[in-house]
Design a protein around this ligand. Structure first.
Ligand code: UDX
Ligand code: UDX
Length: 472
């Protein structure tokens, strides 16, 4: 199948590379000349597992990059729209890029095409895309509009695409659904997984994945509702963590107790400093705005957002309770990305916290395995960057853990202790067992668990055996 993907951001680039891996011929279109030049030079603009391999495998064969939307549309049967849908001042999704791409597509339609929304968009968007294409001269019989939402998590986007929990195809007519079924056939019939060169299967993958066919509107809602539900799960456990802190309970034990109920499930129940990233924050406000426009006041979402913001304030209060005054304090920080495994700092709670701490007069030396340079640019050189976790801790009054990178959960605690001026760790991601930290001589604060002080009786051998992430 000839496919065009418009937008070479996190979503478009991953989708384009994966469609090529399924055997399709793909043109990825973008209007950012610099990005295109970098992609054509063989660079990989984002930190994403397996993406370099896929780009290497298909670039110049089944995968091309171009700024020419018109010829990409003419040459393709399916056009996936993956341009940005950023929030406007009212929190609604700004659909002007989607509209402008729809206009561009209209002028180039030369035979039957399907136009597929990949970007996260409000529930009425497919109707609008159809209207705009008709208004700009295309015939009703020449195209259909579908919604095929992505559920890609940054860091694992390639395997999320190729080993999805489900594929949602929102199409109102069969001829349109048929094109999408053909595109995803190698996943749904399982043939992709038989290939010797297929991207390795991650744990928990269900193969082949189910294909869910819905109306376009239902598919649009599935995307917003999924993200809102996941964000609600995180805010819920963060609220429970706050109660745990008040009464001296342990949120990890509570999570285990509720997450083993198969109706609830253990995933996305990790308390922390709140969710961030390019999706949850903007999708929550956009979904709230969509609901309001449809006449429903979705106050539950207000509360999810409020709890998320409060979680950062609670963390700052923790830093204060550990250090008393903040002006002039030197803080080591581990993690700048909005979550582990990515270099993305969009809406990163780590960045928002650091900005507040800088305002309070702290000095920050931070380490992140991938997001350092981007963060420094964003914070306008207000921080010093370290080469590794130990350097970030060197001479600091306390160490803050702000991103759940796996490597931060397996640090050499003896070395860390030796680097810090005071052995105080404030962990916003619950990467360590409190008793291990106490046994290793740390004063340790985490989320939803009692703060602990150095345990003079603790032996380092016992501690070493216990050193392990407690996250599910
Ligand atoms: C985007 C949306 O923001 C998100 O809502 C959706 O779920 C998936 O698509 P992302 O891929 O992270 O997410 O966006 P971004 O990194 O901003 O990439 C969009 C790309 O589209 C950029 O490369 C931009 O240059 C390109 N673009 C934008 C166009 O080619 N044409 C346009 O008119 C506008
Ligand atoms: C999310 C959705 O998971 C994905 O399906 C969608 O298509 C895009 O948005 P992503 O933003 O890449 O993906 O990250 P995700 O792994 O969902 O994490 C989002 C935020 O929630 C991060 O800041 C993360 O640290 C936080 N989080 C996640 C928690 O605080 N606790 C958890 O248990 C899980």
């Amino acid at each position: 199948m000839q496919i065009a993907v418009v937008g070479s951001g996190y979503v478009g680039l991953v989708a384009g590379a994966c469609f090529a891996d399924l055997g399709h011929d793909v043109i990825v279109v973008d209007n950012d000349e610099k990005k295109l030049a970098a992609l054509n030079r063989g660079e990989v603009p984002i930190h994403e597992n397996f993406l370099p391999e896929l780009l290497e495998r298909h670039r110049g064969n089944r995968l091309h990059f171009s700024d020419d939307l018109e010829s990409a549309v003419r040459d393709s049967t399916a056009i996936f729209v993956a341009v940005g849908t950023p929030p406007n001042e009212q929190g609604e999704a700004d659909l002007s890029y989607v509209e402008s791409v729809a206009r561009g597509i209209a002028g180039a339609i030369n035979n039957y095409k399907i136009v597929v929304e990949k970007s996260t968009v409000p529930v009425y968007t497919s109707d609008w895309v159809r209207k705009i294409i008709l208004r700009n001269g295309a015939e009703n019989s020449e195209f259909d509009v579908a919604s095929n939402p992505e559920f890609l998590r940054e860091g694992t986007a390639v395997t999320d695409f190729l080993y999805p929990d489900r594929i949602v195809v929102g199409a109102d007519v069969e001829r349109c659904a048929a094109v999408l079924k053909e595109i995803y056939a190698p996943l749904v019939d399982g043939s992709y997984y038989q290939r010797p060169d297929s991207i390795p299967r991650p744990d928990r993958a269900q193969i082949p994945p189910p294909l869910i066919i819905t109306s376009a509107k239902s598919a649009e809602l599935i995307k917003h509702a999924s993200n809102a539900f996941l964000a609600m799960k995180i805010s819920f456990i963060n609220a429970v963590a706050s109660i745990c802190e008040s009464v001296g309970a342990n949120v990890q034990q509570v999570c285990q107790g509720i997450g083993t109920d198969t109706r609830i499930g253990p995933r996305f129940l990790n308390p922390g400093i709140g969710y961030g990233g390019s999706c949850f924050p903007k999708d929550l406000t956009a979904f709230r705005a969509v609901a309001r426009e449809c006449g429903y006041d979705f106050r539950l979402l207000d509360e999810v957002i409020r709890i998320n913001e409060e979680q950062r304030q609670r963390f700052i209060r923790k830093v204060r309770s550990a250090l008393w005054t903040l002006r002039g304090k030197k803080l080591g920080v581990l993690g700048l990305a909005f979550k582990g495994g990515t270099d993305d700092i969009r809406e990163s709670p780590a960045i928002l916290l650091i900005a507040s701490l800088l305002q309070e007069g702290c000095q920050i030396c931070a380490y992140d395995p991938a997001a350092g340079e981007r963060a420094k640019e964003e914070l306008q050189a207000g921080i010093q960057l370290a080469e590794n976790a130990y350097e970030a801790a060197r001479g600091a009054d306390a160490l803050l853990i702000l991103t759940e990178w796996e490597e931060f959960a397996t640090l050499d605690l003896k070395q860390l202790h030796a680097e810090l001026k005071y052995p105080i760790v404030i962990d916003g991601r619950n990467l360590y067992h409190p008793e291990v930290m106490a046994a290793n001589g740390f004063t340790y604060y985490s989320v939803g668990r009692n703060a602990v002080s150095p345990d003079p009786a603790g032996s380092s051998t016992r501690a070493a055996n216990l050193t392990k992430s407690t996250r599910s």
